[in-house]
Design a binder for this molecule. Structure first.
Ligand SMILES: Nc1nc2c(ncn2[C@@H]2O[C@H](COP(=O)(O)OP(=O)(O)OP(=O)(O)O)[C@@H](O)[C@H]2O)c(=O)[nH]1
Ligand SMILES: [Mg+2]
Length: 206
């Protein structure tokens, strides 16, 4: 008497719910190239940002060359999330955890932490100052991380063919290279999909 009925149904959770593949992706590149913009526009959640105003006090350590109009900079990380659904409805899709890196040189010491567990890096570049991307490409290559390069096109950026861009950036043959507008959701998403496809190829071929 008073005991729970023995036919109480168990919680209706299927034994194996297909879970989406989760990938940590770092969005890197030099100061002011559009990393925070890209993470913010691509993310399906309100992206976490760590923007602080650039002040005179930072002028001795922060390089503003080429980006004089910028008034804030990332002082930690950006964080966003993007779910890519597969064409096959039975496939649970892929969830990207997007980590926007800080662009200032003084944050280089964070790179081991930033890239810990990351499966790939989207490196943004700006044709007005290519050389600014070389250090970041070195940081990625030295860690052996799969990467793709997306050239963020600003209104006053000189335009080049993809072949010219590849030569100018001295890119490894297998690294994908695309053009993007970091302010445009579809464009940002396409750049990330290019990286994810590259990661998949790398994993399958290893
Ligand atoms: N015209 C144009 N402006 C852009 C584009 N992408 C970003 N911006 C602007 O450029 C500025 C720099 O963008 P951020 O996203 O803060 O750059 P960041 O790489 O995160 O900068 P740090 O974190 O300071 O290194 C912002 O004012 C953006 O609105 C673009 O594709 N075209
Ligand atoms: Mg930023």
């Amino acid at each position: 008497m008073g005991s729970a009925p023995s036919d109480t149904p168990a919680l209706a959770v299927p034994r194996s719910v297909p879970r989406p593949v989760q990938l940590k992706i770092v969005v890197a590149g030099p100061f002011g190239v559009g990393k925070t913009t890209l993470v913010g526009v691509a993310s399906e959640i309100a992206a976490l940002t760590t923007e602080e105003t650039l002040t005179q006090a930072g002028a001795v350590v922060d390089d503003l060359s080429g980006v004089r109009s910028k008034t804030t900079t990332t002082v930690g990380i950006d964080f966003g999330r993007l779910t890519l659904r597969a064409a096959d409805p039975a496939h649970p899709g892929v969830v990207l955890f997007l980590i926007g890196a800080p662009g200032q040189d003084r944050f280089r010491a964070l790179w081991d932490e930033l890239t810990y567990g990351a499966l790939g890096v989207l490196v943004l570049a700006d044709t007005r100052r290519f050389e600014a991307s070389f250090d970041v490409l070195d940081l990625v290559e030295v860690r052996g991380l799969p990467y793709a390069v997306a050239v963020n096109q600003f209104d006053d950026s000189p335009t080049y063919t993809l072949g010219e861009l590849r030569r100018a950036l001295d890119l490894a043959d297998r690294a994908p290279l695309t053009l993007c507008d970091a302010r445009d959701r579809a464009s940002a998403r396409d750049a990330l999909i290019t990286l994810v496809e590259h990661i998949k190829e790398q994993v399958l071929s290893s």
